[in-house]
Ligand binder design. Sequence first.
Ligand SMILES: Nc1nc2c(ncn2[C@@H]2O[C@H](COP(=O)(O)OP(=O)(O)OP(=O)(O)O)[C@@H](O)[C@H]2O)c(=O)[nH]1
Ligand SMILES: [Mg+2]
Length: 324
Amino acid sequence: PNGGETGEGDGYIQGTDLFGYVGIEAVLDQMRRKTIKAGLEFNIMVVGQSGLGKSTLVNTLFKSKVSRKSCTPNYEEKISKTVKLHSVSHVIEEKGVKMKLTVIDTPGFGDQINNDNCWDPIVKHINEQYEKYLREEININRKRRIPDSRVHCCIYFLPATGHRLRPIDVEFMKRLGKIVSIVPVIAKADTLTIEERHEFKERIREDLTVNGIDVYPQREYDEDPEERVLNDRIRESLPFAVVGTDKEHQVNGNKVLGRKTKWGIIEVENVAHCEFANLRDLLIRSHLQDLKDVTHDVHYETYRVRRLNESNVDFSDLSRSTNS
Ligand SMILES: Nc1nc2c(ncn2[C@@H]2O[C@H](COP(=O)(O)OP(=O)(O)OP(=O)(O)O)[C@@H](O)[C@H]2O)c(=O)[nH]1
Ligand SMILES: [Mg+2]
């Protein structure tokens, strides 16, 4: 039939005849529609020493541009010391695409006299989510879509000491880097001068390399030269120097998220002031799908292989316990 109902029919038919056009690109629309229908799930975790502003940054993220248009009411709560691991979820909707963004807030370490194994609860939580997923996956009656509570990205907070990586952070990140994608940040970056920030970042990058700590985006997973160039630029700017807040202030008649000090307002979302926006854009805008892919293809895969190789895994037991 010539000139189909869609109006695109002509070109389509003609194309087939003349150039062998088969219309594979239509798959893009199908994928798009499927993704929109299914919705997105994205889970971030914040980790680091106590008092570095982790809970504050979770609030900043939810109050910042990612969720201003979301349907959830403003998140108003006095921030106090976090005592247990807990998640905060918001459903964010933009142009018909729905995303459930979950941030897992964790209690900071460093308060105890003995900080040995302070990573245990964090490592345990991350592995438990892999285990949950694995159990769903090997279940005989598995769900069409397995709920995904796996941690797609772990934001690791470094104190703005201006010196080097501390042994505790090295130990912690070494362990984390093997099981999850880490994005390191310099916390409370408002305490550093421009020069100090620059030099501190450089020293941290050196220390990460020297200690063999793999942070996201990992070089070995760059898919092509184009991605390598893009990711190199990100790797050169790590760790992001961030500032967090849960307060809004008036600046030139606009409401901005900021920290008011005696000498002025630090605008958290202003890239001239700090790198919070760079962090947010990396997570939400440019690398969300890649973080999910790396989690599934690399970290979860490693866990899965290890678990299934363990001689004590009884498959029937696994599926039975999931069913019950
Ligand atoms: N100067 C400065 N202070 C900050 C920043 N972010 C948070 N703070 C302050 O630091 C204090 C601790 O913040 P929290 O967000 O509770 O820190 P936390 O890392 O969650 O602490 P724990 O729950 O104990 O692990 C609060 O008084 C915050 O207002 C920042 O970017 N700069
Ligand atoms: Mg906290």
